[in-house]
Design a protein around this ligand. Sequence first.
Ligand code: AMP
Ligand code: TRP
Length: 327
Amino acid sequence: MKKTLLSGVAPTGNLTIGNYIGALKNWKEMQRQYDCLFMVVDMHAITIHQDPSSLRSRCLSFVSQYLALGIEPKESTIFIQSHVSAHAELAWILNCFTYMGELNRMTQFKNKTKKYSSNINAGLYVYPVLMAADILLYQTDIVPIGDDQRQHLELTRDIAVRFNNLYGKVFQIPEPYISKVGARIMSLLDPKSKMDKSDHNFNNYIALLDEPSVVLKKIRQAITDSGTEIKVDKSKLGISNLLTVYSCLSGMPIPKLEEQFKGKNYTAFKKELAELIIEILRPIQNKYKKLMDNKDYISTILKQGAKKAGERADRILKKVQERIGFI
Ligand code: AMP
Ligand code: TRP
């Protein structure tokens, strides 16, 4: 029996090469090894106000990008979170097994209350509990996540252990999977912060759907540091980040790249990096365009995904409801 793997991305902003390197590229490879479920988490997205028509089109666009990247609907379950109502139902139950003290400690909540100070809603507060429900509904073994989600996964494990101790073993205790290299691709203009798909400044990231001329321009503008050496160095965050991107996309180890670019200048390096990115994105974008012209196909995939996920989730939800005494 294959182990179960589940992950999700919120349909906000634009998927970036950070998402690709840190998450989506690995998903594709993990499909063979694991029984995979991949979601677009629209319920998480609405913890921040979303315009309904952009939310709708982003959900479709993200699913098409998953497919274009090689996530196979025959192998994996691809679905929209809100299509499986068990997520909301289990989240409510788990809310009753989560302490406010635990939620108060969540770094992401603290950061988001600063960033969205005019809309500190209860959904934002219980966001990690919904994430726990997403994971625990499928007896998930492995959860690929970014570094910033580590704390949410710890909470998920704590809730699962707590519930199991009270009611007997119901939930599988999930493990995080955080890829080491490229776990944190940094912003192009501010290499001290993470490349963020919801960044208001588009020049901080390369979107998977960026045209070649845009990729070229953004890489050309990317911050490099004083000096000329193309080398990873703690004091040279800009060039270190670009080298990491190059290495992750080409599969070449960083020391080899440093050797290869010895004596070359930043401009030459950036040109090669931009060309590499463009070549990687080209087939993805072509496939994406074809998929977006075939909305019926996407809608069929999503219906099948919701059915497959829903049946599995309902089994666990039912078990939970029985254990806690719902009749
Ligand atoms: P987010 O874009 O924050 O919704 O994250 C979705 C997934 O993409 C996470 O699981 C991360 O693993 C990955 N991810 C997002 N941003 C980056 C980044 N800058 N570097 C590496 N991985 C990232
Ligand atoms: N909170 C995650 C993020 O921001 C997205 C997410 C929601 C998720 N539910 C999940 C990731 C379940 C993994 C598993 O990246």
